[in-house]
Design a protein around this ligand. Sequence first.
Ligand SMILES: NC(=O)c1ccc[n+]([C@@H]2O[C@H](COP(=O)([O-])OP(=O)(O)OC[C@H]3O[C@@H](n4cnc5c(N)ncnc54)[C@H](OP(=O)(O)O)[C@@H]3O)[C@@H](O)[C@H]2O)c1
Length: 385
Amino acid sequence: MTTRLAILGSTGSIGTQALEVAAVHPDRIKVVALAANSNDKLLAEQLDRFKPSLAVLADGAAADRLRARYHGPARIMTGEEGLTAAATLAEADTVLTSLVGFAGLRPTLAAIEAGKTIALANKETLVAAGELVTALAKEKGAAILPVDSEHSAILQCLQGERPDTVHRLILTASGGPFRTRAREELATVTVAECLRHPNWAMGRKITVDSATLANKGLEVIEARWLFGVDYDRIAVVVHPQSIIHSMVEFVDGSVKAQLGRPDMRLPIQYALSVPGRWPADFPRLDFAALAGLTFEQPDTGRFPALALGYEAGRRGGTAPCVFNAANEAAVNAFLAGEIGFPDIAALIGRALAAHTDVAAPTLGDLCAADAWARSFVDRLIPARK
Ligand SMILES: NC(=O)c1ccc[n+]([C@@H]2O[C@H](COP(=O)([O-])OP(=O)(O)OC[C@H]3O[C@@H](n4cnc5c(N)ncnc54)[C@H](OP(=O)(O)O)[C@@H]3O)[C@@H](O)[C@H]2O)c1
């Protein structure tokens, strides 16, 4: 059976790797819609190569540039309306959500509402609105399949296992580029150093999140919603080689792990092939060449964003949405050179401390909490006063 795929965020790190997977499997994947924000040049190349029927650039000026540059048959749309059209296209059965941040929430909800299968890379959506998204997916019978390598690993470990036999989930973390830096050195690290991830080539936002361990905080919350396991049974272990992508420990003490090279094409492909597997000739693990697999406890003293993620998740309601929005705002400020590296976690902590949680939030409550957290962080950035 052919998967008819819409990709939201096709010009990004995940989106371009998803298209590499589609190119390997033209008999299994038909790309029917591509959407991005403003990269008209790359999107035009993708349209020529993959020939979807719909192309979207959220940015209006970029969509005009695309119209001037591209003369093929795909319909070109823009804005929120365009993203919703790509997410709900009748021709698509699966939507890969690989845009960044809270901006992914509305299109993801629209895709679920339309009964699409979701291949979820945009973890921020599930963090900010886990309760809402999973309840709607249940109501509409829409599957949410993880693209994140850790959650893909857990899904693979859970195949053939009964939910009541799971003792705990163990997420692995690379530890990022500053794993061995002393606390006092973190105040002066640069954006360029932060963007040099030891194992993975990814978009800028997630690369910063990996360095602060906010990414692992987001992933703990993501795991809670994907697998229905409570926070006391989700552990994090630092594994600097990024070969074990995550593990499941069962009630009898047995542990299953999923291993592979750090290559996002594998979890992207698995989200599209599950419960089956498709052959692929991506580079393989060479055990003889592995120097060793090591593990250590995460240091939440130097990297407090991980503990803040747990705190937000346990509080529930709008707290995870605030955790996510404060992080997005602080990461943008860090990338703009307006704040230092430790300020990211400090700002998330201050936003969580100042926020009054709303239980069982509606979409309106979540949008309000997101906007509140962004403006709260904004007011604390010295350069913006
Ligand atoms: N990269 C990884 O290896 C990886 C691994 C696990 C999970 N993830 C998750 O996957 C998601 C994507 O990450 P990434 O690293 O691929 O990001 P990225 O390289 O920055 O790409 C983001 C994509 O989303 C588009 N986009 C951004 N804002 C948008 C908006 N408001 N409306 C429409 N399109 C928008 C961008 O378009 P333009 O190019 O036009 O700006 C681009 O296509 C994130 O949630 C991340 O946490 C990524």
